[in-house]
Design a protein around this ligand. Structure first.
Ligand SMILES: [Zn+2]
Length: 297
């Protein structure tokens, strides 16, 4: 993982190893074919290089005699990259309540440090008061970042997800199309645990199984969404990504003001939100374990 600079290529390289549990596949950021110059040298051991060294060898455009536009805000950039990694952890643990919340809180702890780091790193710059400080303070237009600027110790406790988070079991006949049957998932329950509970009910109640279970054309699935009462309008993964992006816009403008290239804020390595929220289970396993019917026979 790292951050892309438009035109410069990949600046810092740390493989984020984001795992999409819902789609049951593993992908490593940056995606294959991405601009990965210097990957081998700047892999996990890149900490021993300064940002200036990384820039000069990875992007080759920071001329040695010039001051690297990233060096000034090295700590803030590093924390921003860390936030990106935590977002992939949120994606990977979306169907596991506690790991999801822990990843969200890791994101929150990291992202709230960035404005402070930027101010520390830029406070002696002549442009600080009139340019950098107003720019850094503009992040308060994001609901999460505004909350963190007011309440420094804010984290998401278990009960905060109970009221507005939703989870349902149903069937799907292809991507997106799904039918729910009122079997609710508790916010503290993992999707796998809820699915086992659902199968048990289907085994004991044939009428319910007939209505709610899959047929030959459909597969059982679970879809859920995490919300906190503090941010009732936005799903929490989306909230984290929007905070990461706004933070990136501010950092990018600072880099540009220092003569660097814009950062790439597209987050092209993120996983499809609908696939993250939905976990699809095996049709054959359901028929065998609930109905005792082998589809292979
Ligand atoms: Zn990534």
């Amino acid at each position: 993982m790292g951050y892309y600079s438009k035109g410069l290529g990949f600046i810092v390289h740390l493989p984020c190893g984001g795992v999409n549990v819902a789609a049951n596949r593993t992908s490593i950021c940056p995606p294959a074919g991405g601009r990965t110059r210097g990957w081998s040298r700047h892999s996990a051991s890149s900490n021993k290089f300064s940002v200036a060294e990384r820039c000069s060898s990875a992007a080759t455009l920071c001329i040695e005699s010039m001051i690297c536009p990233h060096a000034k805000i090295e700590s803030a950039l590093d924390r921003w990259s860390e936030c990106h990694w935590h977002i992939h952890q949120m994606e990977a643990s979306y169907h596991l309540p506690a790991p999801f919340r822990y990843s969200l809180n890791s994101f929150i702890r990291s992202v709230k440090e960035i404005p402070q780091l930027l101010k520390m790193e830029l406070q002696n710059d002549p442009a600080f008061r009139n340019t950098y400080k107003p720019l850094i303070d503009s992040i308060r237009s994001n609901a999460l970042l505004a909350k963190l600027s007011k309440q420094r110790d804010f984290i998401v406790h278990q009960g905060m997800l109970d009221v507005l988070s939703t989870g349902q079991i149903g069937t799907t006949e292809g991507r997106g199309a799904k039918i729910a049957f009122g079997f609710r998932i508790a916010p503290h329950e993992s999707s796998d645990e809820a699915y086992e509970r659902f199968k048990e009910l289907c085994r004991s109640d044939k009428m319910f199984r007939g209505m709610a279970g899959p047929d030959c054309d459909s597969r059982p699935c679970i879809w859920r969404e995490w919300k906190s009462q503090d941010f009732p309008d936005t799903e929490l993964l989306e909230l984290a990504i929007s905070a990461w992006r706004l933070m990136g816009e501010v950092i990018s403008r600072i880099v540009v003001l220092n003569g660097g290239e814009e950062l790439d804020l597209t987050f092209s390595c993120r996983h499809d939100p609908e696939r993250v929220k939905m976990k699809v289970f095996g049709q054959a396993d359901f028929f065998l374990s609930v109905d005792g019917i082998s589809l292979d026979a």
